[in-house]
Design a protein around this ligand. Structure first.
Ligand SMILES: NC(=O)c1ccc[n+]([C@@H]2O[C@H](COP(=O)([O-])OP(=O)(O)OC[C@H]3O[C@@H](n4cnc5c(N)ncnc54)[C@H](OP(=O)(O)O)[C@@H]3O)[C@@H](O)[C@H]2O)c1
Length: 280
């Protein structure tokens, strides 16, 4: 049976993968047994477990915190990924490295496909994740970089969790940003796609794994309350009205060109994935 190691297995995506991937021997790695910032530790774990594939989910994902803790962002996201890529290459494992829509600056007027050239993004988290992508390409030729976006899953934290917490009846209305557009994506949808992709070792390079359809955060919030039948007034606002330490791209939409052309799998529509998640 193929062995799959998962870094960051206690994170939101990691936990969904551990629960849902079937037909493989899974090796969940955590910061305790595989701190990715420690090259020797990563190498030791990979040499010990000898996975055929490494799914690299570990990262510093708090986008605003990355602005004030820049050193940690670079250390974990960029240098940590160099360690993972080197160790995967050393043992001959394929590396599936999870990346982000934020590697694009969001200025394009259509969804980004896999052959569009990212410029590294407009915040520190994005810059460090772009450096991580470059590290994977340089240090582990047998790789697949899988970009995901606007993630939510059982274990949170996520936008879905925040909206449900805020709609506790104490707020007459919620202001939600309406000038950033992207693909809300469940960790379950990513896991289902990876389940299929793992059967296709020939798929290498870069692939976008976000749900189909598009929404602003405002659309996303309204859909959450509609599905949950929660009577919460939501009003649209601009990013300027809701300033955050990290700038966010206006256009986060990802086109699934590679997935479509390969015929391996089709991502669900974001509204269907959200319904499945909220009514589970
Ligand atoms: N969440 C999103 O909306 C989103 C969007 C686009 C892309 N992504 C990407 O998707 C991947 C998974 O994200 P996620 O939402 O599941 O993130 P998450 O919930 O924050 O999980 C990341 C995991 O990495 C672990 N970690 C942090 N530093 C580590 C280290 N030095 N060594 C080993 N593990 C370490 C964290 O452990 P601790 O909790 O103990 O720190 C956590 O368990 C990441 O690559 C992220 O960049 C996420």
């Amino acid at each position: 049976m193929k062995k799959i190691a998962i870094t960051g297995s206690m994170g939101m995506l990691g936990q969904t993968l551990v629960k849902n991937l079937k037909g493989f021997e899974l090796i969940p790695l955590t910061i305790e047994n595989c701190d990715i910032t420690q090259g020797c530790e990563v190498e030791k774990a990979f040499v010990q477990f000898r996975p055929d594939v490494v799914i690299h989910c570990a990262a510093m994902t708090a986008v605003d915190l990355c602005e004030s803790k820049q050193f940690d962002a670079w250390k974990i996201n960029a240098f940590g990924t160099i360690n993972v890529a080197r160790a995967a290459n050393l043992i001959g494992a394929k590396l599936i490295s999870i990346s982000t829509d934020y590697v694009f600056d969001g200025a394009l007027d259509r969804p980004y496909h896999e052959y569009d050239q990212p410029n590294g993004g407009i915040n520190i988290y994005a810059n460090s994740k772009w450096a991580a992508e470059q590290a994977v390409r340089s240090h582990c030729p047998n790789h697949l970089i899988a970009r995901v976006s606007w993630l939510y899953g059982s274990h949170g934290p996520s936008f879905v969790h925040t909206m449900l917490r805020l709609a506790d009846g104490t707020r007459t209305c919620l202001k939600v940003v309406n000038d950033q557009v992207g693909n809300p994506t469940s960790t379950k949808a990513v896991s289902d796609a990876l389940q299929q992709i793992l059967m296709h070792p020939e798929l290498v390079g870069t692939v976008h794994l976000t749900c189909e359809g598009e929404a602003s955060w405002y659309d996303f919030a309204r859909k959450i309350f509609e599905i949950k039948k929660i009577n919460q007034k939501v009003v649209p606002c601009t990013s300027d009205e809701y300033p955050t330490p990290a700038k966010r791209p206006k256009n986060s939409r990802l086109d699934k060109l590679v997935l479509r052309e390969s015929g391996i799998h089709q991502m669900p529509h974001w509204e269907d994935a959200l319904r499945e998640f909220l009514l589970r």
